[in-house]
Each structure stands twice: as C-alpha cells, then as structure tokens.
Design a protein around this ligand. Structure first.
Ligand SMILES: Cc1cc2nc3c(=O)[nH]c(=O)nc-3n(C[C@H](O)[C@H](O)[C@H](O)COP(=O)(O)O)c2cc1C
Length: 208
C-alpha cells in the first residue's frame, strides 16, 4: 500500500484564494497534461482536449462572465444562505498562473464508441477522469487547481472558438500556491460539511 498516494488524495484541494501567480515550468505542465491524457476513457476514445489560456484579456473576459453568473446564483438564495455565499470565493482566474479548459468531443473515436451505446454520458465520465488525473498530478507537483463552473457553455464556446458539438467541461485555474488548506473552503465557510463515508456506502441494495 502506498501511503504517499492516499496522502496525496487527502491533500488535494480546490483552490481559489491561494494562487501566487508564479510561473509553471513547461516540463511540469507537460507532466501534468500527460497524466491527464493517461486517463481511462470509454472505447479508448480519449474525447478530451486541453486549451491552455494564458492571455490576460481572455481571462478577464471570462472572469466578468463568471461574476455575472455568480450574481445570478446569489439572487436565487434565501437571506442567510446568500450572506454565507457572499463570503465564499469561487474562482482564482486572474491570480492563478494559467487556465486549462477541458473539453469533450463526442465524435472522437465515433461511430460505434465501444461501451457508449447505452450510456451517452460515458464520454463525459471519461473527461472527468482526465480532469481528476490532472488535479492529482498538479497536487503532486506542489501546485493548486481550482475548477470554475459558473459559466454558460455557449459563452465559453464563443470565447475560445470551440465548435458547437464540443462541450466545455471545465475551466481549471492552475499554478503555484502559498499552501493548500486542510479543510475545503465550503466547509470552512459554513456552506456545507463533508459526509462521513458510512453515510454513502451500502450493502447489496440502494437505501430506502
Ligand atoms: C464539477 C465541479 C465543479 C466545481 N465548480 C466550482 C466553482 O465553480 N467554483 C469553485 O470555487 N469551486 C468549484 N468546485 C470545487 C468544489 O467546490 C470543491 O471540490 C468541493 O467544495 C470540495 O472541496 P475540495 O475540492 O477542496 O476537497 C467544483 C468542483 C467540481 C467537481
């Protein structure tokens, strides 16, 4: 058993406020992207692409959009939840070193993607595994990652020239950090607590 591996999983955090903006060496970035690209995928379709966004103006435009979506979400919240939410940061788009936008191309490896005939979402699951590999590899390199999902897909398609059939799955902020918190931000700020393991493990049948 590798305790280092389990420790890595425990240390991984979603980062918003702790980015330093320092450079990421190209060989480190390459290792992280290669780890993502080594993920399992349905039918070996490898349906992901990674768009590296370093341009400040592009990131500023995206951040403005995210701010508007944040306001939309906040407007749906009841008073005390809105007050809690206002204290929570949801992105480090400009403070991180660069962003990696991960996309899903359903046509990659098609027609007849082996294993996807009954579950169309299996392609999306594959992209999420690549993202998790990226996240853990970045953590192993001492970097932080922050997933931003406060966006409309069409806005991001337009911003980065992504074709209509391709789905942007994640905008990931990436870069060196001052530190990783022990406790997730949403828990630290009283939004929600992590469930204990035994609340989600069941014997033989789904509960209820
Ligand atoms: C699909 C997905 C979307 C997420 N979107 C956001 C987001 O828009 N902004 C944000 O601050 N965190 C986002 N997160 C991070 C979660 O809030 C975070 O993973 C969770 O609170 C647990 O914290 P931890 O990752 O530090 O363990 C997202 C995570 C996932 C998996």
């Amino acid at each position: 058993m590798s305790t280092d591996f389990y420790d890595l999983i425990r240390r991984r955090r979603d980062v918003r406020a702790e980015f330093t903006g320092e450079p990421v060496p190209e060989e480190v970035l390459h290792r992280i992207l290669a780890a993502a690209h080594a993920a399992p995928s349905v039918g070996l379709s490898q349906p992901w692409d990674f768009v590296l966004v370093r341009d400040r103006a592009t990131r500023e435009r995206f951040r403005e959009h995210v701010q508007a979506e944040r306001a939309t979400f906040e407007a749906e919240l009841a008073g005390d939840r809105a007050a809690t939410f206002r204290r929570i940061r949801i992105e480090g788009i400009l403070s991180s070193t660069l962003s990696v936008v991960v996309t899903y191309d359903p046509e990659r490896g098609s027609p007849a993607v082996l294993g996807r005939h009954a579950i169309a979402d299996a392609g999306l699951y594959s992209v999420c595994l690549a993202i998790q590999n990226l996240w853990l590899a970045a953590t192993a390199e001492g970097l932080g990652v922050g997933w931003v999902s406060f966006y409309r897909e069409d806005f991001l398609r337009e911003l980065l020239g992504i074709p209509a059939r391709v789905r942007p799955v994640a905008w990931l902020c990436l870069g060196p950090v001052t530190h990783l918190h022990e406790v997730p931000d949403l828990e630290r700020h009283g939004w929600r607590e992590r469930l204990p393991l035994d609340a989600v493990v069941h014997e033989e049948r789904y509960p209820g």
